[in-house]
Design a protein around this ligand. Structure first.
Ligand code: CTP
Ligand code: MG
Length: 275
């Protein structure tokens, strides 16, 4: 159920929900509505950047090995993906929430139900890797965004995100020239194995962090960094490859990524006891 779409191309088969068709500049029923056209002109010289959330949700969850992709598993009463979506929708500064799913995703409609928040948009343009899904999503929203706008990219598989964590990231990075990410300092002693299950080295943990999401960067910078950074597993790595240093903002344990079957119980513990 992966996208066939090319990286960096327009999201031709993306579907934007919750948006009534309006009269268009050309008179045709295309994606450029009159209000949006004039908004784009008015926005051209506006200096106040807006905040958009982009949630890549086009993975299959192979390590978790469930019958459905992990982002659709029910956790504390609703699909995992909905927890992340709701954290952004409960954050007033977030202008719109874009969710990138696979083009042939059969689960998303049922998961979001009637999805009556006009800030929620579904983009059916997931790619073969997380990077491709994010880049395809960024390309698909080019008409709504200016290069200076902030984009907060967040894994669908991190249901423990809260509006407080989002606020902390946004306020810390408000004036930052680069952007940054939630992360946690590594606390364990780290070992390298010799390939045969034996420790051959103790790796100093000083200065090491484990990266979380959201990762928040300017739209224009992020799109160009990802387009030029093959093989990266997060946005920060793409920015680093351009010689910049993303700011590390302290995240939280509850914002861990659900990856293995045993993670489900811990995620439910956080969501039920600390909603
Ligand atoms: N993701 C995506 N498109 C892909 C692969 C991953 O949008 N082609 C998303 C996942 O849906 C998830 C996030 O990227 O929200 C983090 O990826 P990961 O935890 O690795 O999820 P999966 O790739 O689904 O899991 P696995 O690697 O175990 O198959
Ligand atoms: Mg993966």
């Amino acid at each position: 159920m992966r996208a066939a779409g090319s990286v960096g191309g327009m999201c031709g088969d993306s579907r934007i929900i919750n948006e009534a068709r309006r009269p268009t500049v050309s008179g045709k029923d295309d994606a450029v509505s009159l209000p949006r056209f004039f908004c784009a002109i008015l926005r051209a010289d506006m200096s106040v950047p807006r905040h958009f959330a982009l949630i890549p949700a086009a993975g299959v969850g192979s390590r978790l090995g469930a019958a459905t992709p992990k982002q659709y598993l029910e956790l504390a009463g609703k699909p995992m993906l909905l927890h992340a979506i709701d954290a952004f929708l409960r954050t007033p500064q977030v202008q719109e929430v874009f969710v990138v799913v696979a083009p042939d995703d059969p689960y998303i409609d049922a998961a979001i139900g009637k999805g009556d928040d006009p800030r929620l948009r579904i983009l059916r343009c997931g790619g073969d890797s997380r990077r491709e899904s994010v880049l395809n999503g960024l390309n698909a929203i080019c008409e709504q965004t200016a290069d200076v706008d902030w984009v907060l990219v967040h894994d669908a598989a991190r249901p423990g995100l809260t509006p407080d964590l989002i606020q902390s990231l946004m306020s810390t990075l408000q004036e930052d020239p680069v952007g940054g990410l939630l992360a946690l300092p590594v606390v364990d002693t780290l070992k390298r194995d010799d390939g045969n299950g034996r420790a051959c080295e103790t790796v100093p943990r000083s200065g090491l962090w484990s990266a979380q999401t959201p990762q928040m960067f300017r739209y224009g910078l992020l799109k160009s960094a990802l387009a030029h950074a093959d093989g990266v597993t997060d946005e920060a790595a793409a920015i680093e490859s351009m010689g910049m240093q993303p700011r590390l903002v302290e995240g939280a344990h509850r914002n861990f990524k659900v990856t293995l079957p045993q993670d489900i119980e811990l995620a439910e513990f956080f969501l039920k006891n600390y909603p």
